[in-house]
Design a protein around this ligand. Structure first.
Ligand SMILES: Nc1ncnc2c1ncn2[C@@H]1O[C@H](COP(=O)(O)OP(=O)(O)OP(=O)(O)O)[C@@H](O)[C@H]1O
Ligand SMILES: [Mg+2]
Length: 86
């Protein structure tokens, strides 16, 4: 039975694809918003769209990449996201 599913990882509830298909524009928008932040202070960003469109995946992957970039910074910004469904 275990041979039917070769790779069970993508079935995990918290699985995040390493690459999001067709989200280059949205990713660029998030990067541009983050880059436009002044030295101090923060920003709230709302990502909206139909259920299952990939909002959570987009934001989570963006944050993961950002955390990786921030590793070398002395005072990395605090970043967090909150999700809510109807
Ligand atoms: N661009 C994409 N490429 C590949 N897989 C994707 C993409 N966008 C979303 N997925 C996958 O589709 C599923 C739904 O995505 P996600 O949970 O991010 O949607 P959502 O918009 O946050 O949904 P909800 O409104 O229910 O919170 C997840 O398994 C996610 O990994
Ligand atoms: Mg979501």
């Amino acid at each position: 039975m275990e041979n039917i599913i070769l790779d069970p990882e993508p079935l995990d509830f918290f699985y995040l694809p390493p690459l999001l298909v067709g989200r280059e524009k949205e990713n660029k928008m998030l990067n541009a918003m983050y880059s436009s932040l002044p030295g101090t202070g923060g920003m709230h960003t709302f990502v909206t769209g139909e259920s299952g469109l990939g909002k959570t995946a987009l934001v989570k992957l963006f944050f993961e990449k950002l955390k990786e970039k921030q590793k070398d910074e002395n005072r990395p910004r605090k970043i967090r996201h909150a999700g809510r469904t109807k």
